[in-house]
Ligand binder design. Structure first.
Ligand code: NIG
Ligand code: FE
Length: 419
């Protein structure tokens, strides 16, 4: 039997439109519908528009579940396209040391940072990683995230990377939030390969990537291209090999030092280049030309007290910008979606329309799923949020506060009660 749902009389429906990333000035194009309705069959949107038009198109309401959304605005579910949510242990001492002036790379060079989470993740069972993963997905769902990317990268060796990816796959199966998995073995050079990053790149290319592919455990391959981590040349070699094996590409690019990561992401046709705090003007121009999504992570800059990525400049240059959390136990131990939206709107000078596009459709493009999610249009998956206020602009105006009241995933209410 077909499941049919009609959400009617929403004070406002606000959504970007399209099946690919919105670039430059397109990011401001938000469709706003007053007294809006959405009609859904079996989790897929069939109609979106003013309530009178949608109800006329649906006709007979026999067997249709009708939900009155008066007083609420509706937006697409958020797509968090950059997270590291499967990890063991925490690093509060490192956070406090940074507040006292220690640098992120300095801590890493002293054997702390990512390596300390690698040690803690190795000590965790797969079951424990799975349990923590589910808890973290619950937190994301309550803030309106309906699809989330997740990275490995706290295992580095074959067994622990596979353990992380399997735990991720299991959370995807058992939780309403849809998870897009990324292999990030190139997150740090493990102690076994100290002084031999090229040897570690060979190991990933020969031993790990083929196995990850064969087991179907990741869609994307990512690398931390950074001063004293992986060079441009090493990143290019790893990513090219991954591309040949059929992985989509992502990059931690120009986060702390301007290395030319944005240029490399564009050269390789990466799906996204992420961070970009230090991206050069040439890099920005290349991203705009290449169709690579520039994924900005404002809460990382906030937590590291670094200057924000030049989001305004990027959009003005014609880039497609996505906004994501970078949730991880080190550089950015926050998964607050309201914080990201507020920082993007207030400190990165994105308009409210650009913020919405960045957190929805462009996030979907950054995980290669803009054809299915990220906007409210016929044919797309019915992933959407009912907000506590009648206007979606409260997402930034009510700064840093979660105003998500209900979450629908594939047409099913998965968070919050009926209005
Ligand atoms: O995106 N920069 C590299 N990776 C993460 C941080 C990981 C960590 O510190 O544990 C990031 O910022
Ligand atoms: Fe990251």
């Amino acid at each position: 039997m077909v499941t049919r749902i009609l959400i009617e009389h929403a004070s406002q429906i606000a959504t970007p439109r399209g099946r690919s990333a919105r670039r430059g000035s397109e990011m401001r194009q938000i469709q706003e519908i007053a007294d809006g309705a959405i009609y859904i069959e079996d989790g897929i949107i069939k109609e979106v528009g003013p309530t009178d038009q949608v109800t006329a198109a649906v006709g007979d309401l026999q067997g249709v579940e009708v939900v009155n959304a008066a007083g609420h605005s509706i937006v697409p579910g958020f797509v968090d396209s950059h997270t590291h949510y499967i990890f063991g242990g925490y690093r509060p001492e490192e956070f406090l040391a940074r507040l006292e002036g220690a640098g992120y790379l300095e801590i890493m060079k002293m054997g702390g940072g990512i390596q300390s989470t690698v040690n803690a993740t190795k000590a965790c069972s797969e079951q424990e990683l799975y349990r923590l993963g589910l808890q973290r997905l619950d937190e994301m769902l309550a803030q309106g995230v309906t699809t989330m990317e997740g990275k490995s990268g706290y295992g580095l060796d074959l067994d622990c990377e596979l353990k992380q990816l399997r735990a991720m796959q299991q959370t995807d199966r058992d939780h309403p939030v849809e998870v897009v998995p990324t292999y990030l073995g190139g997150h740090a050079v493990p102690p076994e390969y100290r002084g031999d990053p090229d040897g570690y790149v060979d190991f990933m290319i020969k031993e790990v990537l083929p196995r990850v592919k064969e087991l179907g455990l990741a869609t994307f391959c990512d690398v931390f291209c950074e001063d004293s981590v992986f060079s441009i040349e090493q990143s290019r070699r790893l990513l090219r090999a991954a591309q040949e094996m059929g992985f989509g590409l992502k990059m931690h690019a120009d986060e702390i030092v301007s290395l030319g990561g944005a240029e490399l992401a564009a050269e390789l046709g990466a799906v996204s280049a992420d961070h970009l705090l230090m991206a050069s003007d040439l890099g920005i121009a290349k991203l705009a030309g290449a169709g690579t999504v520039a994924t900005l992570l404002p809460s990382t800059a906030f937590c590291l007290a670094h200057p924000y990525a030049p989001g305004r400049k990027m959009i003005d240059a014609g880039c497609a910008v996505a906004l994501a959390s970078d949730y991880n136990p080190g550089s950015c131990f926050t998964n607050s979606i309201p914080l990201i939206l507020a920082l993007a709107g207030i400190h990165m000078h994105l308009s409210i329309e650009e913020v919405l596009t960045g957190a929805t459709l462009n996030g979907a493009a950054a995980v290669g799923r803009a054809d299915r999610i990220g906007s409210l249009e016929p044919g797309k998956q019915a992933d959407f949020l009912l907000l506590r206020y009648p206007d979606y602009r409260f997402l930034v105006y009510h700064s840093g506060v979660n105003i998500v009241e209900q979450v629908y995933k594939k047409g099913r209410l998965v968070y919050g009660g009926r209005p």
